[in-house]
Structures are given as structure tokens and as C-alpha cells.
Ligand binder design. Sequence first.
Ligand SMILES: Cc1cc2nc3c(=O)[nH]c(=O)nc-3n(C[C@H](O)[C@H](O)[C@H](O)COP(=O)(O)OP(=O)(O)OC[C@H]3O[C@@H](n4cnc5c(N)ncnc54)[C@H](O)[C@@H]3O)c2cc1C
Length: 490
Amino acid sequence: MRELRSDHHLKSLGLHVSSAGYDRQGVADHANNLASKIRNNLTSSLKAIGVDILTGFGTILGPQKVKIGSSDNIVTAKNIIIATGSVPFVPKGVEVDGKSVITSDHALKLESVPDWIAIVGSGYIGLEFSDVYTALGSEVTFVEALDQLMPGFDPEISKLAQRVLINPRNIDYHTGVFASKITPARDGKPVLIELIDAKTKEPKDTLEVDAALIATGRAPFTQGLGLENVDVATQRGFIPVDERMRVIDANGKLVPHLYCIGDANGKMMLAHAASAQGISVVEQVTGRDHVLNHLSIPAACFTHPEISMVGLTEPQAREKGEKEGFEVSVAKTSFKANTKALAENEGEGLAKLIYRPDNGEILGVHIFGLHAADLIHEASNAIALGTRIQDLKLAVHAHPTLSEVLDELFKSAKVKEHASIPELPKHYTSSSGGDEHIQNPVKEGNRLRGITTGLIMESRRILLVLIYFFHDIYRVCQRYLHLLLLFLLS
Ligand SMILES: Cc1cc2nc3c(=O)[nH]c(=O)nc-3n(C[C@H](O)[C@H](O)[C@H](O)COP(=O)(O)OP(=O)(O)OC[C@H]3O[C@@H](n4cnc5c(N)ncnc54)[C@H](O)[C@@H]3O)c2cc1C
């Protein structure tokens, strides 16, 4: 919508569109139809592979025992996985009416497009909705408790995102303030938002807007689950688990046959993280031990252009480096140098690599730019498989593609020539169950490859020395042979 309405953007591509508009109900219907299509497809797939679906609220009655609904429908299972997810977190003092003061659950239905909407919270959900609402013509005001917008992102990426996604758009913001009270619109009055200073708690301002979207995070949905029946105490509502998603009880012991995945354990509140944790549990209960490396799980923010990231931010990496005594380096490439991005008039973008120059380990990758959410997987797979930058540098990317942004990024990193091989992470495990048996076949492969490469380089060096040696002998002999010939001829 934004591109269609931008004369400048279209003109630069040589295009002309007379006028662009949208039908709100049509947009909402498209989103709803898509969601129900995906839901139906997934349900059919589950049934097709033999999954029984029992509908009702589940309560844990004891080990390996779940009650479904309020009836006496009790089922037993060898293993139980809790995956009860999360609900929008609404701070104290905020009155949600679902019409003028809404959460993301309401916003997804797009029942209205307010002229002026305040978005409370500038995390990825708030940012994505600001992208949607401004494209549809709303004016947006951000309310953020921390001192800068998008505090969860790498600072350099937030700065660029602010320059591209906030400043040129119909968006203003208040940072360092809490929305202490929000009253829905009623009796012809607008939505009232009372702001207080986040540090001093002094009143700062009152906003009057058409609507407010509360995007202050998600809270785990773990109430009424019967956790007390297995002696589990939640921590801020989250179910405590170990690195294998096994539930930990109030005494710090593992509850046998009980796992918790997804938003309810709070490790990483993303759909694909929940799914990866589920796969990890299935691996374990079917006899193959597995520990998921959460630092290899990518995240994306679906704005225009997109933002994506995996691993540590630069400040996190520097802190880790200081603590553990290793050097941290940063490499960057711009989308401006990418042919495909330029062809699409989308040169505004940055890819940033945070790495260890001593061994070529990737610590984090952050991308802002066209299709960033698709581009991140080369980096996240590399982290998951333990691939080093010196190996990635040699990979070939098709031209012209956006993937060349990452190609350039890895090629521009300066890994020390005789880089040591990074330590094995604990991501790949044997099926024996103990931590002490943890192995990583890919890393082992890399390590062997490293040793082999070292041997080959060493033998090459020896061969070169020998060639020079024989070459010198040959030259000496040649000179003497020459002198001998001259002597004989004279
Ligand atoms: C606006 C928005 C945008 C998002 N965008 C993205 C994105 O782009 N990418 C991404 O990866 N993630 C995104 N997320 C996050 C993602 O939706 C969650 O991380 C993911 O859904 C968590 O999966 P889950 O299985 O843990 O829980 P959920 O998807 O929340 O599912 C839990 C289910 O369990 C049911 N349930 C709860 N308690 C019980 C009980 N006792 N008995 C029976 N059933 C129960 C619930 O009704 C629900 O259906 C977004 C979230 C929001 C709100």
C-alpha cells in the first residue's frame, strides 16, 4: 500500500498508478481467511499422521495424567508436553475495551483504522503494527518506557530503523515514560493516556487519541493448569524448564515425563522457537537426546523493509567477550552495493556481522533491508551447524540476488590467518543421555577438516621449500657447468 501510494517510489521505477486505495473489510477478510486456511491445513495434516485431537481445557492431575474439560474425561500418557502459550500482557491502570483500547489480538482483526492511534510499547509487535497503520493512513504515537525506541534490537539497527521506519512517516513518540492510566473512548470523549516519567514517576503529559494499542509484551498462560498437582511453582508465570525443556519442580528436581515448550516457558517467545523446542522434546522421548541452541534461532520483524537477527547484539557480544577474554569484531555491508536491491529501488539496508576474529565464530548477525527475514537463515544455519566464517567465505551465491549481501558480509570479515577452531557447543548430543557424552558431528567434521587443511598447508609449505632448495642447487650447478664449459672451450 505504502509503495503504491508513493509517487516518488513509483516514478523512480518508471511506473504510474492513477490512485491506490484499500477496502478495510477486504484486508481483514484476507487475513482471517489465511489464518483459517493454515489452521485447517495443519489440523488435516495432524489427523492424517494419526494424531488424536481432544478439545477442552487441560488440567494436570498428577504425573502422566490430564483431565480434559470439567468432565471426568481423564487421559493418561507416557509423556506430557505443556504448550499453553501466552496472552497479551496488559499493565496495571490500562482498561482494554476491545474497541478503542485494544491488544494485538483485537488489532489482528482490523475492525477499524483509527485516524490517530497510540501504540504503547515499541518492541517488534508495536513496530509491525506501526508499519501497518501508517501504510493505511493512520497517524501513530509511540509510548515507550525505555529511553530509546526498539530497545530490544542491536543499537545500530534501531538507529537505522528509526531513520527509515519512524522519522519519515507519520509517527511521533514519547520515550522514558509509562502509560500509567488509559481510559477508553466513551461519551464522545477520546481515549485518554496519562503519562508518567519512567524513573521519577512524576506526571508528564496526557494524550488524547482515537485509539490505543497495548503492545507491552506477552504473559504466559499457565493459570488453572494444575501445576500444583506436580509440585511446580511458576516464575513470573513461566514454567521453569531445563535446557531439554524438562519441567523443574519447586525443589529444583525434574518432574519425570513432563515437558514444557513455547511461550509458556519464556525461553524465546516465537512460533518457530516453540516448534523447534517441540521437535527437540520428540527427539528425546524417541530415544535421541537433543539440546536446542537458542542462540541459533532467528527472529524477524515484518516491517517494510524487514528486520532480522540471530545470536547476540553487539553490546551483548562485547560483554561476553570481556567476561570470557576474547576479542570481538564487527563487519558490515550495505544493501546499496547489491544489484538486486538497487534494481528494486531498495538500497536502504545494512547487514552486520559480530564475530570472533581469533577463530571465525559467528556471535550474531543483524539485517535491516529488503527480505531480511529470508536472508537471516544462512547465518542462523551457520551458527546451528558451527560453520566458521573462513568456510562461509568460500561459498558461492547466485548473481544478482539479495543473498550476495551476506556473501559480501562474510567475505569482508577479517578472521586471523591461523584461526583456532571454536569449541564444540552442546547442541548435538548422543542418545546416551548424559551431558558428558555430548558430541557434535558437524563440528567434529569441521575440526577434522581443519586438521586436514592444516596438514595439507604444512606439506605444501615443505614442498615449496624443497622446490626452492632444488632450484637453488640447479642454479648453482648451472653456473658451475657454464664455467666448466667456458674453461673447456678456452
Ligand atoms: C501480534 C503477534 C505477532 C507475532 N508474530 C510472530 C512472528 O511473526 N513470528 C513468530 O515466530 N512469532 C510471532 N509471534 C509469537 C508467536 O505467536 C508465539 O510465540 C507462538 O504462538 C507461541 O506458540 P505456543 O505454542 O507456545 O503458544 P500459542 O500459539 O499461544 O498456543 C497455545 C494454545 O494452547 C491453548 N491452551 C492454553 N491453555 C490450555 C489448556 N489448559 N488446555 C488446552 N488448551 C490450552 C490456547 O488456547 C492456544 O490455542 C507473534 C505474536 C503476536 C501476539
